[in-house]
Each structure stands twice: as C-alpha cells, then as structure tokens.
Design a protein around this ligand. Structure first.
Ligand SMILES: Nc1ncnc2c1ncn2[C@@H]1O[C@H](COP(=O)(O)OP(=O)(O)OP(=O)(O)O)[C@@H](O)[C@H]1O
Ligand SMILES: [Mg+2]
Length: 600
C-alpha cells in the first residue's frame, strides 16, 4: 500500500532522484505553459492594470476630501466633479479588468488541463501490457481523477488568487508608504505576527494535507480494486475484510481532513485579528496626528482603508500553499506516468506493408517477462503465408507468450520476428494492427450495441458486412434473438450475453477485420460443442486464405490445421501434419488418443 504514496516513496529516493523528478515535473509544466504563454502574459498585463486602478481608489478619495472639498465649499465644484469622475473611472477599470483577467486566465488554465488530461489518456492507453500489469487500474484512475483535480484547483482558485493577492498587497503597501510613511511603519510591524502565523499554519497544514491526499488515493485504489474484482470478492466472501480496510481508510481521511479544517479555524480569525489590530493602531496614531495637524482627514481615511484592505487576500494566499503542495505532488506523479517509455516503441522510420501476405518468421527469438526467468529460450519458427497452425502444449508452456509476441504486445529480448520479411519493430503500427489480429478467451465488449462491437474490426463497415461476418461465425441467429437484434445495447438488461456469445461476437469482429494473420488463443474455450462445430465450419472457409495460429486445449481444431506444433517449456518439441503426428508415437499421438477417449 505504501508504494502508492509518492511522499513515502520519495523519502526512500536519493537526492539525485528527487531532483530528477522535480526536473521532469518542471519540464512537463513548461510544455503545458508554452502554447498559452501569450495569453498568460496578456492576463498578467490586464491584472496589473486592474490592480493599479483598484489601489488608486482611496488615494483619489483622500485627494478629493483634502483638496477638492475646500474648493467646492468655496464655490468651485470643478475639481470635485473631476475627482468623482476619476474615482468612478478607476472603479470601472478595476472591476472590468478583474473580470477580463478571470476570463483570460480561465481560458489558459482550461487549455492546459485539457492538454494534460488528453496526454494522460493517450499515453496510458499506449503503455504496454507490462506497465498495466504492475500499475493497477486504481492508481491510473487516481492519476486521471484526484491528481488532475488537485491541479485544476490550483489553477482555478489558488494561482489566480495568489497573483491577484501579491499584486494587491504590494501595490497597497507602496501606496500606503507613499501617502503616509508612519502608517507604513505600523503595517511593517504587523507583518511580524502575520508571517509567524502563516508559517505556523504552513508547517502544520503541509502534514495534514499530505495525509488527506494519501488517504484519498488509498480510498480510490481500494474502491476500484474491490469493484473490478467484485466477482471474486463475492465468491470468496471477502466483503467484511474489505469493508474493514475501507473503514480504516475512511477514518484516516476523516481525521486528516478535520485536522486541516481545524488549522484553518485558527488561521482565519488570527489573520482577522492582526488586520483589525493594525487598523486600530493606524487609526489611533493617525487621529493623534490629525489633531496635531500633521495629517489631513482625507489622508487618514485613505490610510485606514488601505490598512483594512491590505489583509483581505491573506487567508486565500495561505490556502494557496496547500493547493500548491497538492498540485505539485500530483504533477510529479502524472509526469511519472507520462515519462514511462513505451516498451514497444513506434518505429522511427516505419516500413509500410500495403498487401500483407502473412508469412511469419521467428528468428533466434529469446524472451523473458522478467530477467530472471526466460520463457522462450531460443526460438526459431517459420510459418509460410496461408498456413493454419494448431499450437498445443501443457499449461505454462509459453503458447500465449508466443501469440503476444507475434501480435507485438511485447518485443523479443533478443532476435526478431518478421512479417513478410519485415521486422515487426519496423512495421508501421497501423499496418501491424491491420495485418495481425489476436482473439483471446476474455472477449471484451465495449459499451454500445452488438453491431458496433462487431464493427470495431473494420471502422465504417456496412450493416451487410457486419451481418455477413456474424453469419460466418454462426453468431447471426442468437443476435437476432436479442431484444433489438444488432442494435441491442450490450450493457443494458436483456442485452447481456453469455461468455460463449461474447466469444462469437469477438470472432465476428476479428473476421470483419480480415487480417493476414489471425491468432486465436483459447478463443473457443467457452463455446459448447455445437457452437464450436459451427464456428469451426466457419473457420474452414475463413481461414482458407490467411495465416492462422490456433491455440486450443480441445483438439477438435486440429482437424482443420495444416500443421501441428507441440510446445513444452518454451520449445517446439513436435512439428508436423496432424495425420502424421497422430499416427506416430510422440507426445501428440498420446495427447490425441487421450482426448479422443475422453469424448466417448
Ligand atoms: N505477464 C507475465 N509476467 C511474467 N511471467 C509471465 C507473464 N505471463 C506469463 N508468464 C509466465 O510465462 C510462462 C508461459 O506463460 P503462457 O501464458 O505463455 O503459457 P500458456 O502456454 O499460454 O499456458 P496456458 O495453456 O495455461 O494458457 C508461464 O510460466 C508464466 O508464468
Ligand atoms: Mg495461454
């Protein structure tokens, strides 16, 4: 569990590694900002202008009272009117500028978020099976949800607030000092408790917020894993155990959240208190000086207004720190996923294959999932175009591994696999996907209709083509019996299909794709004998002009194969036409005899 947590992970990392992580994260940020930099600069210019206008207000007011009012009383209304107009002007410019800034900043921020969200999705989708087998779906979902949410919060709320707050406070401070240096000194004195309080808050809230994030990630991961494995959970009655662990995470989350809320409960009134005390001090000192004649009434009013408004953005800015912490941790984790290399990288100069014939060649292939255990030690295999191969062998022999290598879900550790003489690694990904299709036992259906699921094999296929493919594999009849036929939604009640029917649909999908090389890995395992016969009849015609590798424990498929390969411990131990092997005395002859006996 603890490996979920970047902070915990980080404490184990060396300094160089965490520096590299920060660099990686900054590079990502830079690449997100680059396309919107002009918009951001524009937003900055607008908010500087707007803040100057806002800060000018009290000073204009002071001028109006101290200089305009005596003129007005002496019967010259001109200056006062002018000052009133100026005051109104700054108010309008300040408000419009603030609105414009919000709009510009939102456009830039949303653009960056859109970019990041898309990049995450596209990259996660292209990362190898190897990555997804170790990085659980719960963690990927946490990246796509809570982490992106943390960044959104920073961009939408925190960052805007910070920029505005910093500008507002510095301009107000400058105006105050310019208008009345002694009051500036009072404000400087107030900065001391302010800094102490904010620092106290930051140190404590950093811990509380980190806990909140860790528990929220654990909640998501636990929830997703329970729900994706719900069948196993219910079958093995692990609900109570799961519920208890979940309750622990929920409790941790609750405690951490209330700790951070409590900290805000101290910070907020504390800031208000400092603000109010400063106003009182400025007012008292100022009033005494007005009595002495050292300060004018209008200036006093402006000074009090400045002091009061100076503290307005502080609470929000203290909150920014937390948003920043969450977002930078999130960015580090996201940049970690984005930095994952594709273990089956696209070729730099791809070779096209206009009309693949389907000749397959394994040349001195060696493959290991992990370095310490080789699955295919030294593998050579030539399959001429158009040949149908039945691949048999005991569990764990490496049949699926062979299939995954041929479909290029993995690349060989050494050696190479060729299709029509072209190394798979050099083949254009589009051509590769079109030429080689693998159908597995876990026939996955996407949400949508049955027809759409079949059409995935050939985007833009007509209804006739879809039905022809379904007919060819014997799926047409059962599809017609579904509530809406081909238009039945596979996720709706009534559209639910059985495991065998799902396989038939994925068969139709593969046949519609019409690949040069078709790999069926236990693809008929869920079918009953009559359905399997039906598929087999379809197979014979459909496999006629393509290379096919059929992996099956039921040996009925062997009848339609040109060639049988028996695999043990990652090696081919027998290779020949079915009749010859059955007639011989080897492993396959025994296997076949046992299988035939089991039928009667
Ligand atoms: N993702 C993986 N990571 C590590 N080892 C794996 C992985 N997948 C398979 N293996 C190992 O590779 C070996 C061959 O597995 P493979 O799935 O190719 O066997 P198979 O012949 O298809 O077996 P079955 O008939 O049961 O499907 C097994 O020892 C297995 O433990
Ligand atoms: Mg297998």
């Amino acid at each position: 569990m603890s490996r979920l947590d970047v902070e915990e992970e980080r404490s184990r990392l060396s300094r160089a590694e965490s520096r590299e992580i920060r660099r990686r994260s900054r590079r990502l940020l830079g690449s997100l900002v680059a396309p919107v930099r002009w918009r951001l600069l524009g937003a900055l210019a607008v908010i500087v202008m707007s803040t100057i206008a806002q800060v000018a207000g009290p000073a204009i007011l002071a001028f109006g009272i101290d200089d305009g009012l005596p003129e007005f009383l002496a019967g010259r209304p001109g200056p006062v009117l002018l000052i009133a107009a100026a005051y109104l002007g700054t108010a309008v410019v300040g408000a419009l500028g603030a609105a414009w800034f919000t709009m510009l900043a939102a456009q830039a921020n949303q653009r960056m978020l859109y970019d990041l969200r898309r990049r995450m999705y596209l990259h996660a989708q292209r990362l190898s099976l190897e990555f997804h087998e170790s990085y659980t779906s719960g963690r990927i979902i946490a990246r796509q949800t809570s982490d992106l949410e943390a960044i959104r919060e920073l961009l939408d709320g925190g960052l805007n607030g910070l920029v505005r707050g910093v500008l507002f406070m510095s301009f107000t401070g400058v105006a105050l000092v310019a208008l009345d240096p002694p009051s500036g000194l009072v404000l400087l004195g107030a900065m001391v408790p302010l800094v102490v309080l904010v620092r106290w808050f930051q140190v404590r809230s950093e811990v509380a917020f980190r806990d909140t994030r860790v528990f929220s990630a654990r909640l998501i991961v636990h929830f997703v894993e329970t729900m994706t494995g719900i069948r196993a959970v219910q079958a093995f009655r692990t609900e109570a155990r799961g519920a208890q662990r979940f309750a622990e995470h929920v409790e941790g989350y609750r405690a951490a959240t209330s700790r951070s809320i409590m900290l805000f409960g101290v910070l907020d009134p504390g800031l208000k208190l400092i603000g109010n005390l400063s106003v009182v001090a400025v007012l008292l000192i100022g009033a005494l000086r007005v009595v002495d004649g050292g300060l004018e009434v209008g200036a006093l009013l402006a000074v009090v207004l400045y002091t009061r408004r100076f503290f307005d953005p502080t609470a929000q800015m203290a909150g920014f720190y937390n948003a920043y912490q969450s977002a930078s941790a999130a960015l580090e984790k996201i940049s970690g996923v984005l930095a994952q290399d594709l273990s089956v990288p696209d070729p730099t100069s791809p070779v096209g294959l206009a009309v693949p014939r389907g000749a397959v060649d394994f040349r001195a292939v060696r493959f290991a999932y992990r370095d310490d255990r080789v699955v295919l030690p030294e593998f050579d295999l030539r399959i001429p175009a158009g040949q149908t191969i039945a691949l048999v062998g005991s569990t764990g022999a490496g049949k699926s591994t062979l299939a995954k290598l041929l479909a290029r879900f993995y690349d060989p550790s050494t050696g190479r696999i060729e299709l029509d003489g072209v190394d798979l690694r050099k083949l254009h990904p589009k051509d590769l996907r079109r030429a080689i299709v693998m159908v597995t036992q876990e026939a996955y259906l996407f949400s949508g209709t049955v027809g759409e699921n079949i059409a995935l094999g050939k985007p833009g296929a007509t209804q006739e083509e879809i039905e022809a493919a379904a007919r060819a594999v014997g799926a047409h009849e059962f599809i017609l019996e579904l509530p809406d036929g081909y238009a039945t939604d596979v996720n709706k009640r009534g559209g639910r299909v059985s495991a065998g029917q799902r396989q038939l649909i994925s068969f139709a999908r593969a046949f519609l794709a019409d690949p040069a090389v078709l790999i069926l890995d236990e693809a008929t395992a869920s079918l009953d004998i009559p359905s399997e016969r039906l598929v087999q009849r379809g197979l014979e015609t459909l496999l006629a002009d393509r290379t096919a590798i059929i992996i099956a424990h039921r040996l009925s498929t062997v009848a339609i194969a040109h060639r049988v390969l028996v695999m043990e411990h990652g090696r081919i131990v027998e290779d020949g036409p079915p009749a010859e092997l059955i007639g011989g005395t080897g492993r396959f002859a025994k296997l076949h005899a046992a299988w035939r006996d089991s039928l009667v």
